[in-house]
Ligand binder design. Sequence first.
Ligand SMILES: NC(=O)c1ccc[n+]([C@@H]2O[C@H](COP(=O)([O-])OP(=O)(O)OC[C@H]3O[C@@H](n4cnc5c(N)ncnc54)[C@H](OP(=O)(O)O)[C@@H]3O)[C@@H](O)[C@H]2O)c1
Length: 265
Amino acid sequence: MAGRPGSGQTALVTGASAGIGVDLAECFARGGYDLIITARTEPALKEVGERISKAHGVKVTAIPGDLGAIGAGAKLAAEIAQRGLSVDVLVNNAGFGHAGGFAAAPLEPQVGMVDLNVRALTELTHIYWKGMLAKKRGGVLNVASTAAFQPGPLMAVYYASKAYVLSFSEALWEEARGTGVHVSCLCPGPTVSKFRERAGTGKTRLGKTMTAAPSMPVAQEGYEGFLKNRRVVITGGRNKLLVGAVRMLPRGVALRTVRRLQEQV
Ligand SMILES: NC(=O)c1ccc[n+]([C@@H]2O[C@H](COP(=O)([O-])OP(=O)(O)OC[C@H]3O[C@@H](n4cnc5c(N)ncnc54)[C@H](OP(=O)(O)O)[C@@H]3O)[C@@H](O)[C@H]2O)c1
């Protein structure tokens, strides 16, 4: 269908088998983008693809895979090229968290967060970035978190990984300024998804006190922000206020506050 912002373009959405990624995929499809979606869980990915394709009349290609594996970005890109597809917009959404003090935490999920939240996101961006600049269109929507704005004692690696995503995205936004290529960093607060289950944050003070937002409005804000090339999109009024407040706090106070919020109660 012509006339939609994404007509003739394809968006690659990572982590589109569950949670925010499904809704981001839906937003881009509603905007007329064809989709390539990826995640590890093949049946869920296929179901999402079929539903979205039918609902929005766009082509959806589901390519299952583990982006946490070293070289997974290059492997995915090779598969995309082999199918004769190209990527105009990259939505780096796949990510996970792991709660707990660093000393007690097993190494595998800590390094796994770096591999997925940081490494795969960087690798995929590097693969498609030059092409976007050459075509002077498309861009990257990276999903960080409100966790990106301060260090996170008792969930240190996750917060640090999201700080990377925010810093990297803002730098690329500047590098792309004036080229026609968009870069946005979506920073949700607690959102309904499978995140909490995997991260083990359900028993923390934060998890128990802060209600989670539904995922579609979060995705919608991210999508609209991307279309407008907004550098940083903090979703929801409450999260904007909290991020603003944290920026005013002395770092030591912010650290103690986050530690308290991340304690299990
Ligand atoms: N929910 C929140 O409260 C919240 C708040 C701020 C930011 N975020 C961020 O939002 C993004 C989406 O998370 P979500 O809340 O929607 O969580 P979710 O429901 O757990 O979804 C995560 C998605 O990433 C995929 N994924 C996980 N590990 C993967 C891997 N190794 N390779 C490929 N895909 C993988 C998952 O699919 P498979 O399991 O099938 O692979 C799933 O599709 C993440 O970057 C997260 O950090 C979430």
